[in-house]
Design a protein around this ligand. Structure first.
Ligand code: SF4
Length: 482
């Protein structure tokens, strides 16, 4: 009975990142669509609902953009033929998971906008908290929207500003100055590639270079994948522009006092890939540190430390290194779960979690296990995994979480459910331990978050209820669907 109830909610028991962005400009005039494809493939963990690519020829007629976008994973949406048809030496790509705006084909990105100065294509990661106001501003002046996503609001504001200023990068800066919330965006204009990161630096954004190509993308893992070198991070509040001569110009007009910045700490804990780094901190190192802190703050005697893949693995290794308890592999994960995968029915004997994750019985039977995971949201998945370890013969299961308990919503692009649905809401650690059936339970202490990233200013709002900027007073999610 408990398992059936758990199965009902299991599909919603994972947190999702909103999006990943990838932009490239090849100054030698080579086609870039296939490179964008591989870049997006490396960013697939940031969004699995839809994806798209838009390209243009910088020497061709101004305003001619070829694009394709659809629902599904990168390798489901694109094939060699579709990529072949996308001709252009400048382009942007996007992978999406919807936290605001419906999950439909129209809302897939990049967003392509034709206006009097030519064509803009834009890809956006993050969530604006004043998107409704910005949208109403435009609607009162006659704009008609095709989608329900923030990105279209951003694109319209850029287009409107472009009519008042001399360059597209000035227009991006002026539009960005009006936006409140989290955004890392890449914009393709007919002859320039532009990146902008919000002043708080909620979401990562970096610049790379491969031969005579320049890249602006969400994570460094995408640079590694395409064989590009990391040039630098886009700074919080910065607008960077790459022109046809390969010059990178920077505008810091929108920057704020660095002490007030607020990088999403959950990028380091869970969202970003372990082989990425941003703002000088390696995601892998941050996770190892979290594991070490857990071993220091919540020690327990055991025979084996295991991680729940993928993001629990590095923290588990950190715990093992600090405690001296051996690190092992208890789970085998099947990652080939695409959008079209048929979820098991409640009545069927196959369970969602088991379809994705299996326990290696030989590794855990008869042992006291420390299981490290990155978070407990509603608790349904954690309960099932603890149960699976016990069924496989584990003598004890001690759960350690490389984040503090989730207690508050996120307004900046993470789909944390309503407070009442969070397992930690109004419950003690002992209550949670009991609910998930663990022998002991320990969370990362809040004070450790900043230490994880060597003192970088961070957002930890979903754990503390205090955000880098005042949250909206109304529910900003899904208004356009109502
Ligand atoms: S509230 Fe949490 S998930 Fe949202 S940006 Fe802040 S740290 Fe990240």
């Amino acid at each position: 009975m408990l398992e059936n109830k758990m199965e009902q909610t299991i599909a919603q028991d994972e947190l999702h990142e909103e999006c990943g962005v990838f932009g490239i400009y090849d100054l030698d005039g080579q086609d870039v669509a296939s490179t964008i494809y591989y870049g997006l493939f490396a960013l697939q963990h940031r969004g699995q609902e839809s994806c798209g690519i838009a390209v243009s020829e910088t020497q061709g007629p101004k305003g001619k953009v070829s694009s394709f976008k659809d629902m599904g994973l990168v390798n489901e949406v694109f094939d060699a033929e579709k990529l072949e048809r996308l001709k252009g030496d400048i382009g942007v790509g996007h992978v999406r998971y919807s936290t605001a705006g419906a999950s439909t084909r129209e809302n897939a990105q990049p967003l392509v906008l034709n206006y009097v100065k030519g064509t803009l294509a834009l890809a956006h990661n993050g969530n604006l908290i004043n998107a409704n106001e910005l949208r109403h501003d435009l609607e009162y002046t006659g704009a008609i929207f095709q989608t329900t996503i923030d990105s279209e609001v951003i694109a319209y504001h850029i287009a409107r500003e472009r009519l008042k200023v001399g360059t597209v990068e000035e227009a991006v800066q002026r539009a960005a100055a009006k936006m409140k919330g989290a955004y890392s965006i890449v914009v393709m204009s007919p002859r320039k590639l532009i990146g902008a990161r919000d002043p708080y630096g909620f979401k990562p954004l970096c610049i790379g270079k491969r031969d005579n190509s320049y890249i602006i993308t969400s994570e460094t893992c995408a640079l590694e994948t395409i064989g590009a070198e990391f040039v630098r991070d886009v700074k919080p509040g910065e607008v960077v522009t790459i022109n046809g001569e390969g010059e990178i110009s920077s505008d810091m007009t929108n920057a704020i006092d660095p002490c007030k910045q607020g990088r999403c700490i959950f990028e380091y804990i869970y969202f970003a890939r372990a082989d990425s780094h941003f703002d000088g901190i390696s995601v892998y190192d941050a996770r190892i540190k979290a594991g070490r802190f857990l071993a220091q703050d919540s020690p327990v005697e055991a025979d084996l430390v295991v991680g729940v893949p993928e993001s629990g693995n590095a923290a588990a290794l950190g715990y093992a290194m600090e405690s001296g308890i051996p690190y092992g592999t208890a789970f085998v994960k099947n990652s080939y779960v695409g959008r079209t995968f048929i979820k098991p029915k409640q009545s069927s004997r196959e369970q969602s979690v088991r379809v994705k994750l299996n326990v290696v019985k030989e590794a855990v039977a008869g042992k006291r296990i420390i299981m490290i995971d990155d978070s407990i949201v509603r608790g349904t998945t954690s309960g099932l995994i603890v149960n699976m370890l016990k069924e496989a013969g584990a003598k004890e299961v001690h759960v350690r979480i490389s984040a503090p308990p989730f207690l508050w919503p996120c307004y900046f692009g993470t789909d944390i459910p309503a407070r009442e649905q969070l397992i930690a809401y109004n419950r003690s650690i002992e209550d949670i331990r009991d609910l998930i059936g663990a022998d002991s339970l320990g969370y990362l202490r809040i004070e450790r978050l900043k230490e994880m990233v060597s003192g970088l200013p961070i957002c930890e709002g979903c754990f503390t209820g205090t955000y880098p900027l005042a949250p909206p007073t109304e529910d900003i999610r899904g208004e356009y669907e109502r």
